[in-house]
Write a protein of this length. Structure first.
Length: 388
């Protein structure tokens, strides 16, 4: 049984600022300028031959078919899932991430199985291994954006970019390309973010050496990258049906409400479901641009989403928040251009939320459990209002 101190750690009650006090700049690590918030190396696609965890690859492969069976939960409760053995290190980190992806999908499939009555208990054989993996990764024991997108892709051609047409998912809930496409659009957007982080890192270095340095080239690079992200986001309808999204795979990424993790020493708990609000890109841009979003229940939700980001990403956002404010008339044109690009991204996102969610339900909560339409509208308006 996982004791309370461990549970407090894995449920997000740790301080990302602690790392900042003891380590060098997170933002200036080369991997961010090369990969954005994606892993330094491409995710592991399968466990090594003979691995004790290899059974999880078979379960993951079969999961979309298994979920058609009304007795899926009976099957899942009988699985003998191997516990993760030993500490985590650089060599086995890719395996641990894949382990978390497979178990995260399995847990969400069990709790949110489409067509079956909801359950309030995640069984011991899934809950305990998932909780331990989450503790080792310093993340929450639910399938979050990191497991659904950041660690859930592969390239067909390793020497070609991380881009739609050259990437596919490792794991899904349903036998529909719509779900793959939904995930992969986010993966390319994350890959483009490398150019944003490279520019912000360059600005940090310039300002350290000379407070009067010209930042215009980097600002225009950021604007260009955000515009490219907008164009990728616009491609959602190419291979994703609104009705199929809402009825088939969206239910699997919903929040957990009063779920008991059997074998974990804790009362029923609530976790946010997987959502793009758990991506670190927009919070980093908001931190860099110093956009003053009015404190509200909605911004509290936004801050809560940070607990679902990888810990290192939380540290990076805090570091960017501490950078000087570059909002001044000297950079009026590129600064406003970045805000316009961010607003365009939010506007497209808002439109897809209307098309893919709002028209199908009266429930104001998104998969993360937030009043998403009101939240998205507020973020858009306050972004536009910050122009010089």
């Amino acid at each position: 049984m996982i004791i309370n101190t461990q549970w407090r750690r894995l449920t997000g009650r740790f301080d990302a600022a602690m790392i900042n006090k003891t380590e060098a700049s997170e933002l200036l690590k080369p991997t961010y300028a090369q990969r954005g918030f994606l892993p330094e190396d491409d995710p592991l696609t399968a466990f090594p031959h003979g691995s004790r965890y290899a059974m999880l690859d078979e379960i993951g492969h079969d999961l979309p078919s298994l979920l058609y069976d009304k007795d899926f939960r009976v099957y899942a409760r009988e699985l003998e899932i191997p516990r993760w053995q030993g500490p985590v290190n650089e060599e086995n980190l890719p395996q641990l991430r894949l382990y978390y992806v497979r178990l995260g999908f399995l847990a969400s499939a069990y709790v949110n199985q489409v067509g079956e009555e909801p359950v309030k208990l995640l069984p011991y054989n899934i809950a305990v291994p998932l909780a331990r993996a989450a503790m080792l990764l310093d993340c929450l024991p639910i399938l979050s954006y990191d497991g659904y997108a950041l660690y859930n892709w592969k390239r067909f051609h390793k020497h070609q970019p991380i881009r739609l047409g050259n990437i596919d998912t490792l794991q899904s809930f349903v036998h529909l390309y719509d779900e793959h496409w939904f995930i992969l659009v986010h993966v390319e957007i994350e890959a483009i973010a490398a150019d944003i982080l490279a520019a912000i890192a360059s600005i940090k270095c310039k300002l350290t050496e000379n407070a009067e340095a010209d930042l215009s080239p980097e600002l225009w690079h950021i604007e260009d990258a955000v515009r490219r992200q907008v164009e990728v986001l616009k491609r959602i309808p190419e291979h994703m049906s609104a009705s199929l999204y809402y009825k088939t795979f969206r239910p699997y990424i919903r929040f957990f409400e009063n779920i008991t993790y059997e074998g974990v020493d804790q009362a029923p708990i609530q976790f946010r479901g997987e959502t793009g609000a758990q991506s670190s890109i927009m919070p980093t841009l908001v931190a860099f641009m110093k956009i003053p979003h009015q404190r509200s229940v909605l911004t509290d939700h936004l801050m809560d989403m940070r607990k679902y980001m990888p810990l290192r990403h939380q540290v990076l956002i805090k570091e960017v928040e501490a950078m000087p404010d570059i909002r001044n008339s000297r950079y009026k044109e590129p600064y406003n251009a970045i805000l316009d690009a961010m607003a365009a991204f939010r506007r497209v996102h808002y439109g897809w939320a209307e098309e893919y969610i709002t028209r199908w339900t009266d429930d104001p909560r998104g998969t993360g459990g937030t009043p998403y339409m009101q939240w998205l509208k507020q973020m858009l308006q306050e972004t536009e209002a910050h122009r010089l």
